[in-house]
Design a protein around this ligand. Structure first.
Ligand SMILES: Cc1cc2nc3c(=O)[nH]c(=O)nc-3n(C[C@H](O)[C@H](O)[C@H](O)COP(=O)(O)OP(=O)(O)OC[C@H]3O[C@@H](n4cnc5c(N)ncnc54)[C@H](O)[C@@H]3O)c2cc1C
Length: 329
């Protein structure tokens, strides 16, 4: 069988957008293999998400429902996923590079005696032997490598926001049940607390106002906050982003960082203030719908990808911009 299987994720009853991105790349891999595409959804009750998954046109959606799969108990999810793989025998198994995939992926690979490549940014099929080519950053992001490994299923976790989400398809996928055989005795971790932290999820922003070394000091982010608030009146959810230099200087926390070693985002609007446009930064934001750059150096890289650019000292421009936006709102 040349089936490509995706472990889907459910967020508040709906399919996680990252799963829709996996469906997009999974469909292409299935076409190249001449096989089918399927999505497995696990949980206590997954019917609504299964309907949604079916609408983006995989061949099959497997509903893996069990009261013990309500909430995430890793040992039980692992056992259920292992059973699914043994039944479906996928050629390729894809998961998102998020805590679920990071927890289950390595443990499953060991159980199935296969190899996993984590945090991939591209996937394709080697036409010579049908094996999965797994592209990922290595050496702290200084190089990109392509890996190929034997074994089945061919397993990879995929970084989010690299591919667009799959669109609704004309033909809906078939929904079927796969009932896992799991029980309490399989639970080895008896107590697992979820520590909630206030972290910035840049991928949920409609617009991002990002600052870099050109801000001069951390006070610059106060000015960017004023701009975010003013833009928020028309653009929706506006968040602060930054370059790595701003994090390294201790001006802002690392969860605001955009780029290869930060978040990969594609908001409606990205405002880059005092950011030169190093490649490691650009890979994280170049897919933004509209890019606005403010920089004193008219030759900087950021202007090469910007839709609009202003060559000006940000300290002169931003207060005037905020004033004008407030007059208009
Ligand atoms: C392995 C690796 C991973 C990395 N990952 C990331 C990553 O994820 N994200 C990331 O951002 N970087 C990353 N980097 C760092 C990256 O290479 C750059 O060093 C960094 O992006 C530069 O940040 P910057 O643009 O803020 O600073 P600079 O390159 O110093 O640019 C500052 C800019 O501000 C402008 N400027 C100065 N004064 C003003 C002013 N008053 N008004 C307006 N403009 C002004 C300047 O003209 C200049 O263009 C990584 C590097 C490595 C080696």
């Amino acid at each position: 069988m040349n089936e490509v299987l995706i472990l889907g994720e459910i967020l508040e009853g709906s399919m996680d957008p990252k799963t829709l991105e996996l469906v997009g790349i999974g469909r292409k891999l299935a076409e190249d293999l001449g096989g089918g595409l399927s999505v497995a959804l696990m949980g206590g009750a997954v019917s609504a998400a299964a309907e949604q998954a079916a609408s983006v046109g995989p061949d099959h959606v497997y509903k893996v429902e069990h009261p013990l799969l309500e909430g995430f108990t890793p040992d039980l999810w692992l056992a259920a996923l292992e059973q699914i793989c043994k039944k479906v025998k996928p050629k390729i198994l894809l998961m998102s590079h998020v805590p679920l995939g990071m927890e289950l992926g390595p443990r499953l690979a060991v159980r199935l005696n296969t190899r996993l490549t984590t945090d991939c940014i591209d996937l394709s099929i080697d036409p010579a032997d049908g094996l999965l080519l797994r592209t990922k950053p290595v050496s702290g992001g200084n190089a990109i490598s392509v890996f190929k490994c034997p074994g089945e299923p061919q397993m990879a976790t995929m970084r989010g926001k690299v591919f667009g989400a799959a669109e609704p398809a004309e033909k809906e996928g078939e929904i079927g049940d796969l009932v896992p055989e799991i029980d309490d005795s399989m639970i080895k971790v008896v107590s697992l607390g979820v520590v909630r932290e206030e972290i910035v999820s840049l991928d949920k922003a409609d617009a991002v106002v990002a600052g870099g070394a050109g801000l001069g000091d951390e006070g610059g982010f106060e000015m960017l906050s004023d701009l975010s608030r003013a833009l928020g009146k028309t653009l929706g959810n506006v968040m602060l982003g930054c370059s790595r230099v701003a994090v390294d200087k201790g001006w802002i926390s690392s969860d605001h960082q955009v780029g290869l070693t930060g978040s990969m985002i594609s908001p409606d609007v990205y405002v880059a203030v005092g950011i030169s446009g190093a490649i490691q930064h650009l890979v994280g934001m170049v897919h933004s719908k509209k890019i606005i750059a403010i920089n004193t150096d008219k030759g900087c890289n950021m202007f090469k990808v910007a839709d609009y650019g202003v060559v000006e000292d940000y300290e002169k421009l931003i207060p005037a911009l905020v004033k004008r936006l407030e007059e208009l709102s």
